[in-house]
Design a protein. Structure first.
Length: 565
């Protein structure tokens, strides 16, 4: 956390000024071609270190891990729109690239949830270093302190008051813009600032307070959570519009660490009765299926809602902005693929162009007709892949792992929600491929696949993230835990049917053979490479043996764990 051993890439892209981001959140990044050419030239002459952030001496500047972590938090925190999510204003499509059209006006509750998890973890880490001091680049330290004050002084009303919300975002964005411009101009610079662990912890706690309140603000009436929202700018405020239900938002909130076991159970139950549940596959869709409008149902303009626009069009029939079909229905010119193209066309009309007031009414009418502001991308208009009616197995595996985390938490806390969460976990587990017949799964059940379209079998084979999450979940099912540096064996989710007839089950952990054996009382018996053995009561391996296990020294040949029946 303190040692300066980390470098940073000098990426030749620059985020625009906040004033420019407000004008068009979908066009916020500049490519610095001169810098790019310079980096290529220097790296060709001196090696790839020249593509890193370098100091005045030409050598890469090294910073500590605390700097790197805080920079990530600063970037996310400065882009929080209270009550809405993290503003996706730098063209980042996030985990689900089927939603990549949200980059610009999108607000992510998903990233907000994972930020919440990271903040809770870091607060614990810095609490362990309560008396420590950290050397940070001055620009990073100053931005952290400024954001900390902004978050500390934020009233709860910023979650719902449009004007106060914008005032908050204005301040946070100004602090971030100052910091990044300093970094762009001078790298990490020569100035450092000593920051206490207490200052860092206060920044993290102030940020976490608003993060948690914003997540809670996104709870829906059905007990589930909004996944993404969109931002709408007014003359002096920021309005938030909710988008449709999505599975990844529920996974994110279950993973956030914000919910109690009882609250996690409520979300899991609400999910199983929602229209995300697909009974044929006994699993969950990424988004509820829906009927898309037909071709003849699109581009139907309710022009009567804007009488001034209608009056202008009727007086200027050659304007070519809107036309009436033989049924008397109005349509925008089909060449206007978006509102920007319509505005550009109007600029070529000269003296025949509508007035500024009419133009704004036209723009508003165009948005009401097409709702481009809330267009998500492939997820709202395609079928299969990560589209409508599709099960995406990676996300189902993420759901499995998230519910398991809450189940283990409920177990450790002795919560009454344990039984319900176990039932929800088993239900998700039963929907996975290895519990299906080949006919239903549409493939060999043990093969990993990307997705399953509605009413079809599995498609697109490959080692997707599904594999990673299910390996992690399997460790949880086997009850492998580490407390205070010691291995602990607590297989409380494992079903008895998984044991062989001789009441044993074997696997490897850290390259060592582990055998579970159903017995009357828990015990751990270690067999060493020299043939000697040592047995202790309980479910925890000694600290000495745990170190040997984790270090993979080979001094332990096998372990037999007696699991209480």
């Amino acid at each position: 956390m303190k040692e300066p051993v980390f470098c940073s890439a000098n990426v030749p892209y620059r985020i625009k000024a906040y004033s420019e981001i407000l004008k068009n959140p979908r066009d916020t990044i500049l490519f610095d071609r001169d810098l790019s050419n310079s980096l290529i030239k220097q790296s060709n002459e001196h090696g790839t270190d020249k593509k890193l952030v370098c100091g005045a001496d030409g050598n890469p500047v090294l910073v500590n891990l605390t700097t790197k972590i805080l920079q990530i938090i600063i970037e996310k925190a400065a882009n929080i729109v209270p009550g809405g999510g993290i503003w996706m204003n730098t063209q980042r499509p996030e985990w689900n690239d089927a939603n990549n059209a949200l980059a610009g006006w999108g607000l992510s509750v998903v990233t907000l949830c994972y930020l919440e998890r990271m903040l809770k973890f870091l607060i614990k880490i810095f609490a362990l270093e309560s008396e420590s001091k950290f050397e940070l680049p001055a620009s990073v330290a100053q931005c952290m302190k400024e954001l900390s004050e902004i978050f500390k002084n934020a009233e709860d009303s910023v979650l719902s008051d449009s004007r106060k919300r914008k005032a908050f975002v204005d301040k946070a964005q100004a602090a971030f813009e100052t910091e990044r411009n300093e970094l762009y101009a001078n790298g990490y610079g020569n100035k450092t600032e000593t920051v206490s662990s207490k200052d860092i912890a206060e920044f993290l706690k102030n940020t976490e307070r608003l993060t948690s309140l914003s997540i809670q603000k996104n709870k829906r009436e059905d007990g589930l959570y909004h996944t993404y929202n969109t931002l709408q700018l007014t003359s002096d405020g920021m309005e938030i519009n909710n988008l449709a239900l999505m599975l990844e938002g529920q996974v994110a909130v279950l993973s956030s660490g914000l919910l109690s076991p009882e609250e996690a159970l409520a979300v899991s139950k609400a999910l199983s009765t929602s229209n995300l549940y697909e009974p044929r596959q006994k699993s969950y869709l990424l988004y509820p299926n829906k009927e898309l409008p037909t071709f003849t149902q699109k581009n139907i303009v309710k022009i009567e809602t804007e009488p001034e626009v209608l009056d202008y069009i009727e007086k200027n029939p050659a304007s070519d902005l809107l036309t009436k079909d033989i049924s008397g229905v109005w349509h925008f010119n089909a060449k206007f693929q978006n509102a920007r193209l319509m505005r550009e066309y109007i600029e070529t009309m000269g003296k025949n162009a509508p007035s500024a007031g009419i133009i704004e009414k036209l723009m508003a009418l165009y948005e009401r007709t097409f709702n481009h502001h809330s267009f998500t991308g492939r997820s709202g208009t395609f079928y299969a892949y990560e589209g409508l009616g599709s099960i995406y197995w990676h996300m189902v595996s993420k759901l499995l792992l998230a519910v398991q985390e809450n189940l283990l938490l409920a177990t450790n806390q002795g919560s009454s929600a344990k039984a319900g969460l176990l039932e929800c976990y088993k239900q998700i587990q039963q929907g996975l491929g290895y519990n299906k017949t080949p006919e239903l799964y549409g493939a060999f059940p043990f093969d990993p696949y990307s997705h399953t379209p509605l009413g079809k079998g599995a498609r697109q084979p490959g080692m997707t993230g599904q594999v990673k999450e299910e390996v992690l979940a399997r460790f949880g099912e086997l009850g492998l835990q580490i407390f205070n540096g010691q291995a602990k064996f607590m297989p409380q989710i494992l079903d008895k049917s998984e044991y062989f007839d001789n009441k044993t089950l074997s696997f490897t952990w850290c390259g060592t053979n582990i055998t579970y054996r159903i017995a009357k009382a828990p015990a751990v018996e270690v067999t060493y490479a020299d043939g000697s053995t040592e047995k202790t009561e309980g479910s925890v391996m000694s600290e000495k043996d745990s170190k040997e296990l984790f270090a993979r020294t080979g001094k332990i040949s096998s372990v037999v764990v007696d699991v209480a029946e």
